[in-house]
Design a protein around this ligand. Structure first.
Ligand code: FAD
Ligand code: NAP
Length: 323
């Protein structure tokens, strides 16, 4: 039977943004509910080594970090619920969300932390070699390719920035693009072209990623998009940089989204245009997209949520006193 769950603070998403909001929210007495979604723990649960989350001298594992974050959130009083939200009503407070299970969730404030997912090519070998040479995040994994040969696939700002970033570690970076011109801004293109560590392969599409069975990536198999000619390029690492998709389908027509589909917030805050509805993490940030920035904006969302509730309670008390 469907149940209605009520809370002062409803959080959709259980990545670093949602769990950080929960930790702060629980400690402020808001008794948060986190609806976890299909990927409990978020994107870091599909990676291995994490070396840039502050506080750990040694390499830690993404899934372990998220387990610890969840344990901390629960320890201070968060309720974690396993459901996926399929519909939201933002005419609140209270704000309403309906889960795949049929359960209804109501919160005096709503924190949206549904994240974003890297777009993948969907070619053979890509999923199998994920974490074994194939990645979608140079900032996260570039360090593992010190002195090695890497390729980046894509022709937008992200691909060019990733290629430039990778030259900090690798002397041999190849950008593979399916057309003969880049979509990236001119200034980035200029930097790319003048970098002696980078080669650009034009009009090439990746057909498959290959490696020994059970082993790491060894090569990318290419096809020329003009001539149809095929070729193979040996590489140690491949970074797919063809864009990200924020998880905002639920909010179309209900909240302002930018041209790439990210939730628009007031600059420097997690506040959406609806008072009491906050967005944090990758779902509102297409620039930084890091666990630590997601956690930071999750913290901001909880602090602003607490202020919103305090102001709301104060206004209600004044109204009662005046009656
Ligand atoms: P996410 O982690 O994307 O979490 C989103 C959450 O929302 C998930 O729990 C999902 O289940 C939930 N959700 C979505 N839709 C719904 C719904 N309808 N109902 C309920 N729940 C929903 N960053 C680093 O700082 N260092 C790294 O080393 C690093 N490595 C990475 C490696 C990989 C392979 C990837 C993909 C990313 C990596 N990142 C790294 C980036 C980092 O993982 C993200 O920036 C971070 O996870 C964003 O956190 P988030 O909480 O905003 O969203
Ligand atoms: P993007 O601009 O959409 O570019 C995606 C690139 O990937 C395009 O070059 C596209 O090729 C290519 N691509 C898409 N699907 C492909 C496929 N299946 N196979 C091969 N190639 C494929 O994405 P983005 O670079 O992530 O940028 C997204 C947004 O963030 C943009 O608005 C960008 O300006 C912004 N951004 C800004 C900065 C910055 O300001 N510093 C940094 C990063 C991102 P085609 O060109 O042929 O379509």
């Amino acid at each position: 039977m469907a149940t209605t769950h009520t809370t002062r603070m409803l959080i959709i998403g259980s990545g670093p943004a949602g769990l950080s909001a929960a930790i702060y929210g629980a400690r402020a007495g808001m008794e948060p509910i986190v609806v976890q979604g299909l990927q409990p723990g978020g994107q870091l649960t599909i990676t291995t080594d994490v070396e840039n989350y502050p506080g750990f001298r040694d390499v830690i594992q993404g899934p372990w970090l998220m387990q610890e974050m969840q344990a901390q959130a629960e320890h201070v009083g968060t309720r974690m619920l396993w459901d996926t939200i399929t519909e939201v009503g933002l005419e609140g407070p209270p704000f309403r969300a309906i889960g795949d299970s049929g359960d209804v969730y109501e919160g005096d404030v709503l924190v949206i932390a549904t994240g974003a997912q890297a777009r993948w090519l969907g070619v053979p070998g890509e999923a199998e070699l994920g974490g074994k040479g194939v990645s979608a995040c140079a900032t996260c994994d570039g360090f593992f390719y010190r002195g090695k040969k890497v390729v980046v696939i894509g022709g937008g700002n992200t691909a060019v920035e990733e290629a430039l970033y990778l030259t900090n570690h690798s002397p041999d970076v190849t950008l593979i693009h399916r057309r003969d011109s880049l979509r990236a801004e001119k200034i980035l293109q200029d930097r790319l072209m003048s970098n002696p560590r980078i080669t650009v392969l034009w009009n090439k599409a990746v057909e498959r990623f290959t490696g020994a069975p059970g082993g790491a990536l060894e090569a990318v198999e290419l096809v020329d998009t003009v001539t149809g000619e095929t070729s193979s390029l040996a590489t140690d690492g491949a970074f797919v940089a063809i864009g990200h998709a924020p998880a905002t389908d639920l909010f179309k027509g209900k909240l302002e989204l930018d041209e790439s589909g990210y939730i628009v917030v007031q600059p420097g805050t997690p506040k959406t245009a609806i008072p009491g509805v906050f967005a944090c993490g990758d779902v509102m940030d297409q620039t930084y997209r890091q666990a630590v920035t997601a956690a930071g904006t999750g913290c901001m969302a909880a602090l602003d949520a607490e202020r919103f509730l305090a102001e709301h309670a104060f206004a209600a008390a004044q109204k009662v006193a005046a009656e």
